[in-house]
Design a binder for this molecule. Structure first.
Ligand code: SIN
Ligand code: CO
Length: 375
């Protein structure tokens, strides 16, 4: 449905995580997958995270949804932002697919904003990479090279940065794509009522990783290694921690993550968990394996639920992590790629299931959990 119109390898070599770029007409003949009133509808829902940003007498204001009314949007200078629309709107989800030239585990979600003329969220720096796609309308965007700038809270829920020099200063038109690496200041203000789509990327920092790893171990490691002494001798300097003791502490701390393989059970669980709610609808009556086969034999395709994360590791491909749970795919590895590398299952599923009842049973379970659905 959406096809990128630029040289991807060149983009990856020259720009990805290095510098911002405007890709003029990155999508040719771009058609918005969602309308402004549908966005407003989503912003009324409890399950979605939405924000309304505007200025009042020169002061920035940010309100958190859900919203009952949208009077602000009758005036200039307002922006409505909704996170993870790909979880709720299959057509909007299509806009993530062209970016799967980058791995799924790095892609976060699709945020959509609707701005009235002059609307924007102000100058800021994000700590993630983002592609901003211009939908309907026009918006004036300024982006600076990666730099450190003073940052401050323009409002309790709005962090801004100081003024910056722009290396990109452009009025974006429908189908234009702006790539902004993490750390580059940017600001965009609508020239006319405008929709922007942001495909954002996830990059946990060291502290996020360590705290999540520790949480995992607290829940899963009942036999935590405890510090025991090195061979002891009478201490001349009881106030001093010996080098050998520090080495031993270091060893105890690293015991659970000695090799990259040690990280797999934890990282697979963590990275396959969606940060935002999913629109899970389990079938009213659980499907049987025969029902699934019948669907497939009739030519039906199953689609992975929008925002559902299904990943596996090159190092341990039989273990698949789906929405925070581990599944064993030993004996039917062909199923892995169908579910994790493709958004929609292809015809090879029939063959896989004809040769493995276990594969079919597992897939039936995933369908009954609402993770894959047939149109
Ligand atoms: C917006 O669409 O208004 C905000 C997008 C961004 O700056 O990341
Ligand atoms: Co931003």
């Amino acid at each position: 449905m959406f096809e990128l119109n630029f040289e991807i390898n060149q983009f990856l070599d020259t720009y990805w995580q290095k510098k911002p770029i405007l890709i003029k007409q990155g999508f040719v003949d771009f058609q918005d997958p969602i309308a402004a009133d549908e966005l407003a509808g989503l912003a009324m829902e409890e399950d979605l995270e939405s924000r309304l940003v505007y200025q009042e007498e020169g002061a920035w204001q940010a309100e958190i949804g859900p919203f009952n009314t949208f009077e602000r949007l009758d005036n200039d200078g307002a922006t409505l932002l909704i996170q993870a629309v790909d979880h709720w709107h299959p057509d909007a989800q299509q806009l993530i697919r062209p970016f799967r030239f980058l791995p799924n585990w790095r892609i976060d979600d699709l945020m959509i904003s609707y701005s009235t003329p002059k609307g924007g969220v102000g100058p800021h720096i994000d700590n993630y990479d983002v592609f901003i796609i211009q939908g309907q309308g026009k918006r004036h965007w300024r982006v600076g090279e990666r730099q450190t700038l003073p940052e401050f809270a323009a409002h309790g829920a709005l962090k801004h940065c100081a003024e910056f020099e722009a290396s990109i200063d452009v009025e974006m038109e429908p189908g234009d794509i702006l790539y902004i690496p993490s750390g580059c200041p940017h600001e965009g203000y609508a020239v006319e009522a405008s929709i922007n789509y942001s495909v954002g990327f996830r990059a946990p920092d060291q502290n996020d990783l360590l705290s999540s790893f520790t949480d995992y171990n607290i829940d899963n490691n009942d036999n935590a290694l405890r510090y025991t002494d090195i061979p002891m001798q009478v201490r001349e300097k009881p106030g001093r921690i010996e080098q050998a003791e520090l080495n031993k502490l270091h060893q105890v701390m690293l015991e659970n993550c000695k090799t990259p393989a040690h990280l797999i059970p934890w990282f697979g669980k963590m990275i396959s968990e969606a940060k935002h709610d999913l629109d899970i609808a389990q079938p009213e009556h659980p499907l049987q394996t025969e029902d699934i086969l019948e669907f497939l034999e009739d030519g039906a395709q199953f689609t992975r639920l929008g925002g559902l994360r299904a990943v596996y590791f090159e190092q341990a491909p039989q273990q698949v992590f789906i929405n925070g749970d581990a599944y064993d795919f030993s004996g039917f590895l062909e199923l892995i790629s169908c579910l994790c590398d493709q958004d929609e299952t292809a015809s090879e599923l029939v063959e896989i299931f004809q040769s493995s009842a276990e594969a079919l049973a597992l897939f039936t379970k995933l369908v009954n959990l609402g993770y894959w659905y047939a149109e």
